[in-house]
Design a protein around this ligand. Sequence first.
Ligand code: HEM
Length: 242
Amino acid sequence: EHEFHREHKPLKLASDGPFGRFDRQQLQRGFQVYKEVCAACHSLRLVAFRNLEDLGYNEAEVKAIATQWAIQQPSINPETGETATRANIPSDRFPLAFANDVAARAANNNAIPPDLSLITKAREGGAAYIYSLLTGYQNQPAELVHEFPGAKTPEGLHYNPYFPNLNIAMPPPITSNDQVTYQDGTRATIDQMAKDVSAFLVWTAEPNLETRHQAGLATILFLLIFTLLTFGAYRNIWRGVK
Ligand code: HEM
């Protein structure tokens, strides 16, 4: 029996479970990986720079991140219709990585790097899938090619058992330890960077996760107390009735 397609590697994040809260240090590290590695090809079109304040950056830091962002914001002169670009401001969403799909395909072996804003919701396995995909690149097993010659990884694609069709157009993005330099002293191993960016992409897809968890807990608590009260009322009403 062959298992060429793998179960996701387990990934534990602080945001997991009904009591889960984001680890903001980790989210900042994950943002750094996104910024320095993934942003070259992937957009985050549903996230605005000012949303980064959630991660613990202050207003000035957000402004600096926006202004210094490598890709500028497209702008249209309302009088002349001329297109131009301008520096990003905190209220802007993250700009697209490519001008359009044709440009995206041209740069990526005819594949379009998907927008990553909601990717942890869009893919089965969520963050664990992203983590597995990023750390899962390997040489294609010879027995697979032997058994299924048509499945041989085509030129320009990359074998990855966690990618549903096994051969992905994305070259391995995280390839060496210390590819980024973390500010908080955390050692930037391949594994750590993959975990951090996966955690960050949980936040982009659901920045209000903590509020949802709190509302859920408050609801359960309310229902518990309500149940006790109604039970008490029931006992009271039926007291003395035989
Ligand atoms: C696809 C994440 C960096 C190019 C993807 C997918 C994810 C992802 C989750 C979707 C896989 C799927 O459809 O299930 C990331 C992360 C990165 C990163 C977290 C940074 C750590 C890059 C870079 C490039 C790139 C730097 C370009 C050089 C692509 C392309 C696809 C893709 C072309 C589409 C693959 C296909 O459909 O075959 N990436 N990526 N990615 N990525 Fe990335």
